[in-house]
Design a protein around this ligand. Structure first.
Ligand code: GRF
Length: 209
């Protein structure tokens, strides 16, 4: 019997290149094709460039403007309603510039992922690539992790290293890191829908790895 494809809801705030990479992985020829679909792309910012990119790729889109809610909980309840409406199994934060409330995390327990452009726990928060350059590290990279209530603190699923080159700028390092982001986010999603991820405290066990 054909397997029912897993449904991803992608939350964005900006350009959405990770969302596009996931959508391309779901398309024919991609590593997620046949097993995963993008059910909806939600932005908290009506001006997010990624909304057009998502629509161009044929994805359903929704705007839940955070300025229309009085509290984080109220905003997240509206986001959750959209995710429920689209029967989302897995929530992927992709350049989503908001902390997610405890209520949304509970509602999608173990089913919210984020991608961050550093080797966490180094350089959480904004401008991770700039932080890496200013700190003088030789290596930085990418982390895909489950989301908890902290800022970039949840259990780590996959990481990929990226070397910091002599003379790197924030832009040049970001570009090389982004290429790795696009690769490992789809890989983490694939592990999730293959049922290979198990969270044990701070650790994520990946079956068969
Ligand atoms: C990426 O670097 C991601 O790791 C970080 O925000 C950026 C979003 O880029 N959380 P995009 O919107 O996916 O192009």
């Amino acid at each position: 019997m054909a397997r029912v494809p897993g449904r991803i809801g992608v939350l964005i705030s900006g350009r959405g290149s990770n969302m596009v990479a996931l959508a391309q992985a779901c398309a024919p020829g991609g590593t997620l094709h046949g097993r995963t679909v993008i059910a909806v792309v939600v932005s908290n910012d009506p001006g997010a460039a990624g909304l057009k990119g998502a629509a161009d790729l044929g994805c359903a889109t929704a705007v839940v403007d955070h300025r229309e809610s009085r509290t984080r909980e109220e905003h997240d309840a509206r986001v959750a309603a959209v995710l429920d409406e689209h029967r989302v199994d897995l929530v992927c934060l992709a350049g989503y510039m908001r902390l997610v409330s405890a209520s949304l995390i509970r509602r999608f327990a173990g089913r919210v992922m984020n991608i961050h452009p550093s080797l966490l726990p180094a350089f959480p928060g904004l401008h991770a690539q700039r932080q890496a350059i200013e700190h003088g590290v030789r290596w930085s990279g990418v982390t895909v992790h489950f989301v908890d209530e902290g800022l970039d603190t949840g259990p780590i699923i996959l990481q990929a290293p990226v070397r910091v080159e002599e003379g790197d700028t924030e832009e040049s390092l970001s570009a090389r890191i982004l290429a790795e982001e696009h690769r490992i986010y789809a890989e983490a999603v694939r592990c999730f829908f293959d049922g290979r991820l198990r969270i044990e405290g701070r650790k994520v066990r990946i079956a068969g790895r």
